[in-house]
Write a protein that binds this ligand. Sequence first.
Ligand SMILES: *Cc1c(COP(=O)(O)O)cnc(C)c1O
Length: 232
Amino acid sequence: MSSIADNTKKVTTRIEKAALNAGRQPHAVQLLAVSKRQSVAALQAAIAAGLRAFGENYLQEALPKMAALQPVPGLVWHFIGPIQTNKTRDIAASFHWVHSLDRLKIAQRLNEQRPDEMPPLNVCIQVNIDQEASKSGTSPDQVISLAAAILQLPRLRLRGLMTLPPADLDDGELHLRFASLRLLLLRLQKLYPDHPELDTLSMGMSSDLEIAISEGATLVRIGTALFGERAP
Ligand SMILES: *Cc1c(COP(=O)(O)O)cnc(C)c1O
């Protein structure tokens, strides 16, 4: 388990180097530990290594882990998986962030179901840059209208954009995908200068975090490089 501490140092160093190479501040890039299919013990090791922000893909798997770690102060939970309609109530009540918002109906449900005593739910719009039929995410030409609708929902706080590129792209193709997400966020920021909280580009994983950071990622979602291979 001590290797999670070593891996955390390695990943943190990779992030810092990539940021400096891009002329950016190392602390401008947040590390989100993707803990899907990892045990509570693995999460505890990550917490001991100083990590506090965790990303989960499956609600049924996340809820028991969140309950087991309830006594740990300061944890921040991000939902990053596909959202089924019947899961929105629990997601709205349990998570601090949702990265995988890709349609208005889900946004409306999360807005209605976010408990009053909690602060607004931070959300990112997931963008399907390649418009792959099999993948979740809204198409790039729908982002502006979906963002406009989300900004009307008082219990949601639109923070930015997220993407998950196809697995088989080469480095040049990845640069293009991440650059288009950055340009889309720039368009939103120009349209809504009175929304400074629109500051998040959630892009980059274990194998491509350097490319994502060079293209402006403010949050990288890292699983394997921190925890090792996932259980099948
Ligand atoms: C699993 C997952 C990750 C982490 O991927 P690694 O390659 O293990 O770093 C990041 N984002 C999403 C949406 C994921 O589902």
